[in-house]
Design a protein. Structure first.
Length: 291
């Protein structure tokens, strides 16, 4: 029994609502049940990710709803959300949106677009793929560009296909640093292209449907994903066709302008004589020349 006066308890209940059914937790108990430190729980409270507890005097009592919310926060953090993004999701939930629909949109938007297979090897194995090209500087640059992650004496390249393409370019004679520079420029272009698609989708799809039909928005985003990928792949293939043809024309034009290694002869110039004793290039006798 609480030693608080009955009137005080009544005031607390009237201010904070009737005690919710089910178990209630003090802050330490809630932290243990959620598997997080108390300081983390307090930090979530400061960021307003948790509603305030029901109070009995100076004791805050948390409900099963608080525990469920903490577990949801943990799941969203594991999926890569920031605390600010989680706060906005929870705010949408509190404003009456179906949390499953909200999370469905979130999943459709944030599901990985890349299906690349990482490959892990030792630093020595990496160096063997690029003889004479791998040093501390090139490894550090590849890490900064996001191609490599280092864990002790092992490195992981984010994409087996891209690694194989890089090996092919270097073995064909392109220096590794030039490949890395081209990759950096390509990533800038891809970022710009992705931002353009995001603007299109946000302006013409998300803003139109978000407040009306979250399930419909999830479906539309799911349909748009492969379309965006196909557009990029088809557009790049077409651009490569144009650029390859232009380069072939340039090379053929250069070859046509270069000497072939054999003197050009006029079409009506006779072949040089190969008769014994006759100088090359002489095909007839001058007047008065002995026969």
């Amino acid at each position: 029994m609480s030693d608080k006066p009955a009137d005080s308890l009544t005031d607390d209940i009237s201010q904070n609502g009737a005690p919710p059914p089910g178990r209630e937790y003090r802050i330490g108990e809630l932290a243990r049940a959620a598997g997080i430190p108390v300081r983390t729980l307090r930090y979530y409270q400061e960021r307003k990710l948790l509603p305030p507890p029901r109070r009995e005097g100076r004791i805050g009592l948390f409900s099963e709803d608080h525990l469920a919310r903490l577990r949801m926060i943990g799941n969203l953090l594991e999926r890569g959300h920031t605390l600010e993004g989680i706060r906005e999701l929870l705010s949408a939930w509190e404003q009456g949106h179906d949390i499953e629909a909200v999370l469905g949109v979130e999943k459709a938007v944030t599901a990985p677009w890349s299906t690349e297979t990482p490959v892990t090897m030792t630093v020595a194995e990496l160096a063997a793929l690029f003889p004479g090209e791998v040093d501390a500087g090139s490894v550090e640059r590849a890490v900064q560009l996001g191609h490599l992650q280092i864990d002790g004496d092992r490195v992981t390249h984010w994409s087996r296909r891209q690694l194989e393409a890089t090996v092919a370019l270097v073995r064909a004679g392109v220096p590794l640093n030039e490949v890395l520079s081209a990759g950096q420029e390509l990533q800038r272009s891809m970022d710009d292209l992705a931002a353009m698609f995001i603007r299109l989708i946000a302006t013409h799809v998300v803003d139109r449907l978000a407040d009306q039909d979250l399930a419909g928005l999830t479906e539309v985003i799911g349909r748009l994903r492969p379309g965006a990928q196909v557009s990029v792949e088809a557009g790049f293939a077409r651009a490569m066709d144009r650029q390859v043809r232009a380069e072939i024309d340039r090379v053929l034009g250069r070859l046509a302008a270069e000497p072939s290694g054999e003197p050009n002869r006029p079409a009506n110039r006779p072949e040089p004589s190969s008769e014994p004793g006759r100088p090359l290039g002489r095909t007839s006798r001058n007047p008065g020349e002995p026969g």
